[in-house]
Design a protein around this ligand. Structure first.
Ligand SMILES: Cc1cc2nc3c(=O)[nH]c(=O)nc-3n(C[C@H](O)[C@H](O)[C@H](O)COP(=O)(O)OP(=O)(O)OC[C@H]3O[C@@H](n4cnc5c(N)ncnc54)[C@H](O)[C@@H]3O)c2cc1C
Ligand code: FES
Length: 361
């Protein structure tokens, strides 16, 4: 008991001291204007010291990926800091490999600018733009899921790859924040970005998006994401999603069939109960048009007495295991909760598939 009390008091003291240091730093220390040099550019930016590197980049309209909005949980905001970033913080080590740390890779949302700083980022990120859009429609898909269709104003078109995401700017009491949402509309609709958004109770981004009405304006940056469809039509495509993870998958499937009408593709979609099922009829219609497209929905929760369901049951990795033969050349895209991704990856690897892209959300 005494041991427990000492541990709790020590932890409390440490947190309190860290908090006091942060407040003291904010109030008392002025780092002045610092130079921010990107890719050994000819003209370094001048930024206010004391901000995070991520905030300074955004203030200068350099939009690197930051899917968690700077909370230090997604690991998407990696940049190479050549000099001036200070020591690697404990909040970064969980999301950086040893090799990355040795190569001076840092999380931009955790690095504070306290002196002149020299960084390297991929050139293509310098082309990421802020888009202004108007809400064309907002439709309920389920009790907590909405489909939101945005028509682009400026620039009027976006060029993206299937499976990529945008970062929507949402207002918050502490100023604008960014949250990642996958593009569910296909790439051949360049003037539209459609989203599928699950409402997270109390969540800043999802509440903002759920309250939008047609005619409202929305800003986002993008596109971001590493998904890259294999252009070899003999490679079978496997899409596995859960919840709002259907968004990038819908984009992949429509884009795929516009380009390769004969291509083999499986869609596995995991839902808890019938009330979470959406887009099933739409995908079944598509499967009638494209005979090599197969749709499997599975419900994971025990079926209630009033639920009628003649599809699969159990977690979605069980359906993947049941339907896929081993030894076929495949590429897989997995989008959903981490546990689903872990289980499906295991099954796919057992079947000989290692070309796997995934987004956890
Ligand atoms: C690459 C990528 C793509 C994504 N695509 C989509 C998409 O297409 N559709 C979509 O709806 N979301 C998507 N997300 C998730 C999205 O970015 C937000 O994280 C999510 O909407 C919650 O943000 P929020 O601002 O509403 O909640 P926050 O204000 O960030 O969080 C509020 C509270 O809810 C908790 N919380 C945060 N996220 C979740 C969650 N998922 N489940 C339960 N509790 C949570 C937080 O810990 C916090 O306590 C994606 C995420 C990534 C990384
Ligand atoms: S923005 Fe998510 S870890 Fe930095």
């Amino acid at each position: 008991m005494i041991y427990l009390l000492s541990v709790v008091s020590f932890a409390g003291l440490t947190v309190a001291l860290a908090g006091m240091l942060m407040i003291a730093e904010r109030l008392l220390i002025n780092y002045g204007i610092c130079k921010l040099d990107i890719n050994a550019g000819e003209k370094p930016l001048e930024v206010d010291g004391g901000q995070t590197l991520l905030a300074s980049l955004y203030a200068n309209e350099i939009f690197i990926p930051s899917a968690c909005g700077g909370k230090g949980t997604c690991g998407h905001c990696k940049v190479t800091v050549i000099a001036g970033g200070g020591p690697v913080l404990p909040t970064e080590t969980l999301l950086l490999t040893r090799k990355e740390i040795r190569s001076n890779v840092r999380l931009a949302c955790q690095v504070k600018i306290r002196e002149d700083i020299y960084i390297r980022i991929p050139e293509d990120l310098l082309n990421i733009r802020m888009y202004t859009t108007t809400v064309e429609s907002s439709v309920d898909l389920t009790y907590d899921m909405k489909e939101i269709r945005l028509r682009l104003n400026d620039p009027p078109n976006i060029s993206h790859r299937p499976g990529q995401y945008v970062q929507v700017q949402a207002p918050s009491p502490d100023g604008p924040v960014f949250r990642a949402y996958s593009i569910s509309s296909p790439v051949y609709e360049p003037d539209i970005v459609q989203l599928v958004v699950r409402l997270v109770p109390g969540g800043i981004g999802s509440t903002y998006l759920h309250n939008l009405k047609p005619g409202d304006y929305v800003n986002f940056t993008g596109p971001f994401g590493e998904f890259l469809l294999n252009p070899d039509p003999s490679v079978e495509i496997i899409c596995v999603g859960g919840g709002c993870g259907i968004a990038p998958i819908r984009n992949i499937i429509y884009t795929l069939y516009e380009q390769w009408p004969d291509r083999a593709c499986w869609l596995f979609f995991g839902c808890r109960a019938t009330r979470d099922v959406f887009y099933l009829e739409e995908f079944e219609e598509l499967a009638k048009k494209y005979p090599n497209f197969h749709v499997v929905y599975a419900l994971s929760d025990q079926l209630g007495e009033d639920e009628k369901w003649d599809g699969e049951t159990g977690f979605i990795h069980l359906s993947v295991d049941k339907y896929l033969e081993p030894g076929v050349r495949r590429q897989a895209f997995l989008c959903g909760p981490p546990l689903m991704i872990e289980a499906v990856t295991r099954v796919l690897k057992e079947k000989g598939t290692s070309d796997i892209f995934y987004d956890e959300f």
